[in-house]
Design a protein around this ligand. Sequence first.
Ligand code: ACO
Length: 402
Amino acid sequence: GIELGKLLSSTGYITYDPGFVNTGATSSAITYIDGDAGILRYRGYPIEQLAEHSNFIEVSYLLIYGELPTQTQLADFTERIERHTLLHEDLKRFFDGFPRDAHPMPVLSSAVSALSTFYQDSLNPFDEPSVELSTVRMLAKVPTLAAYAYKKSIGQPFLYPDNSLSLVENFLRMTFGLPAEPYEIDPDIAKALDLLFILHADHEQNCSTSTVRLVGSSEANLFASVSAGINALFGPLHGGANAAVLDMLEDIRADGGDVARFVTKVKNKEAGVRLMGFGHRVYKNYDPRAKIIKKTADEILGRLGKSDELLDIAKKLEETALSDDYFVQRKLYPNVDFYTGLIYRALGFPTEYFTVLFALGRLPGWIAHWREMMLDPARKIGRPRQVYTGAPEREYLEIEKR
Ligand code: ACO
């Protein structure tokens, strides 16, 4: 209902594009997506090759610095990250202030925001050595913060990081280990989580990354910008979808496992029910990450010896949707979140923690975009326009006359 005439602002015509469906807000050399062909590449490397041959630290380096590291560069980067996994003891006390049943996403975003108060050298976003240090601190400390958010929620003591372990192994130990007991790392679990982190590491101008860029465009520091990105990721239409998928599968199971009935509900748009984990703003074809994850879900559940009724429901749901005109016509395919929740559950994570895992994987992407923007000579503060639809000019009325 917007009249074309109203698009004329005081400075001339503006583009009216709710949801930025067709607005390029920046140029970027980090990630390439072809949504029609189902292609995703980080710095030119196909996601399938990175998933098969690389690891999360190497992919983080690639996204942030633009090239795959040499052995020396990788060893140095890894060593720097491992050296910064500890939290300041005062920061640990923050967790005492949150309610025990707090959702871990706002806990995480608050803690990341608080990193600016502990590392005030981060406040100048143009000081190169400080940006390097903030980058490493972010990658190193956020997994520790995430593990503590979980420990707090189940009332268990925090574990200090063990820097003889890899980043992912360390995170698993801090999340599931206990102080008095040795924690044995299951290499299959560590590998699966590392893969999921690679697949989540960047996805160009999605809602959370655009948020990081928008906040950073005011020259806010890295911790403030990423904290805002974590909050954007929290919503069920974005990162929260992985948890919403699992809730949906549970509901279908509780309702007798009738997939066809659920699909009919979605098609009739009953009470706004959507098929969670389906559809994507950019992919109008199978999400290439979903393909890799579907295979991993089969493998990891098989290896852990877990037959999962919910996986069977998910597969049936996918089959039903992909052969249904409603989904075919709208080009709705499974996205990255459709199968991830099932894997996270098999690895032992509670549902409300799934989006935190997405955030851990997305960290290098947020960092890479923030850094790219800060060095961009065409950078401008983000400031969209609007089409005003409110009252025309009117006279102020004294309160007794209203
Ligand atoms: N289930 C049922 N119908 C859907 C779905 C879905 N999951 N997604 C889109 N549609 C329908 C819409 O109802 C609309 O139909 P209509 O034209 O008859 O009204 C049409 O498809 C187009 O949908 P839009 O909402 O306009 O598409 P948009 O690009 O704005 O939304 C989004 C993309 C938010 C991802 C959407 O597909 C969705 O809500 N999916 C479910 C949530 C989800 O899985 N989010 C994760 C995204 S991936 C990520 O963040 C990692």
